[in-house]
Design a binder for this molecule. Sequence first.
Ligand code: ADP
Ligand code: MG
Length: 400
Amino acid sequence: MNIHEYQAKAVLAEFGAPIAKGVAVFSVKEAEAAANELGGPVWVVKSQIHAGGRGKGRFTEDAAGEAGGVRLSRSVAEVVANAQQMLGNTLVTHQTSPAGRPVNRLYIEEGSAIARELYLSCLVDRENGRVAFIVSQEGGMNIEDVAAETPEKIVTVHVDPAAGYTSHIGRSIAYALGLEGGQIKQCDRLIAALYRAFTEKDMSLLEINPLVVTESGDLLCLDAKINFDDNALFRHPDIDELRDPGEDDPKEVEAEENDLSYVALDGDIGCMVNGAGLAMATMDIIKLYGAEPANFLDVGGGASKERVAIAFKIITADPNVKGILVNIFGGIMRCDVVADGIIAAVKDVGLEVPLVVRLEGTNVEEGKKIIAESGMNVISADDLDDAAQKIVAAVGGGVQ
Ligand code: ADP
Ligand code: MG
C-alpha cells in the first residue's frame, strides 16, 4: 500500500526524522489559511498523488501553465493562485499513465533554502536477506538515470538483522554522502530513526529524494515516499486508515475485497487463470504471440462459482479488454465450478468480446460439457499454446 507524501512525512516525524513544517489541504480556502498559518516568506505548493516526478510533471489543463506539480510560491496570493490551478486538475508525470492522476489534495510546505540535494532509500534486499540503505550524492533527480549512467555514485549499506542498527552504519552513510561536522551526528540519528520506522511499520520501500542539506547545514527530508507490506497491514490499523481510495484502481479494490489477486495492466487480452505461476506463464505466452495482457488475475486454488463470476466481471468491466482467455488447470479447483461461474457472469453482464477457454484437470469433461451446452460463443482450446494463439488471432493482434 502507498500513502501520500504528507502522510509519509507524518509517519517519519513520529520516529524523529526531520521534516519541514507543512499543512495538507483539500480546497483553495484551506490552502490560503495554511499559507497564513505557516507565515512564509517562501512556500512550496505540492500536488499529492501516489506517483513521483511531480516537480517535472505537467497538468493537462492549459491554464496551469508549464510550472509542474511542485511550485515555489513567494506570497500568499501566489499560493492561492497555484492551488486554484492545481486542485481538480490532472497531473501527468513519468511515473503516471499518460492519462495522469487527478490532484485532489495539496501539501503546503515551508520553503527550504537548499544547499545540496541527496538521495536516500531503504528497502528489503532479498538477495542478502537484509534491510539495505541505498544512498547517493546525486539526489533530486531520477535515480534510475544515475544507476544506469554512473552506478559508482550509488552506495549500498546493509543492516545485519542480528545486530540491528549501529552508529557505524549511520557514519558509513554520512561519509558516502559527503557530510561533515555536526551533519554526521544528524545523519546517524536520521538513519537510526528511519531504520526503526522501516522495521516497526513493516515498510517495503522508503524513499527520500531529495534528502537535503539546508543552507544552515542541517539535514531535512524534503520528499518522502513509502510503500507498506500489504501482508502486514493487519498489524497497523493506523497505517491502513491512510489509504486514499481515490488513488486505487476500483477493479483492484473489488478484487482485493474478494480475495482475488488482480493487477491491471495496459494490454487488451483479459486473463482469468488459477495459480500465480500459471497466470505468469499465460501472460508470457500472450506476449510471445505478439499481444499484451490486460491484467494479471489469479482466482486462487479453491475459488467458488461466485468468486469466478466476480473475477470474470472485473475483467469484462475493463474497456480496454478486446478478448478474454480463461486458462484453468483444475487441481483443487474444479473445472465444472469454473464453467458455472463464467456462465453466471455472462448471464449477468453479457459477453461482447471473443472468449477462449482452456480447461484441464479435475472434472474437465463436465466443465467442457457445461460450456458447450450453454450456447455461449466460446472458442475452446486444447492447451496453453493453442489457447494463446487463438485469443491473439481473435483480437486481430499478433506477430504472424
Ligand atoms: P517529486 O519527486 O515528485 O518531483 P519533490 O518533493 O521531490 O517531488 O519535489 C521536487 C523538487 O522540488 C525537489 O527536488 C526540491 O528541489 C523542490 N522542493 C520540494 N519541496 C521543497 C521545499 N519544501 N522547499 C524548497 N524546495 C522544495
Ligand atoms: Mg522527489
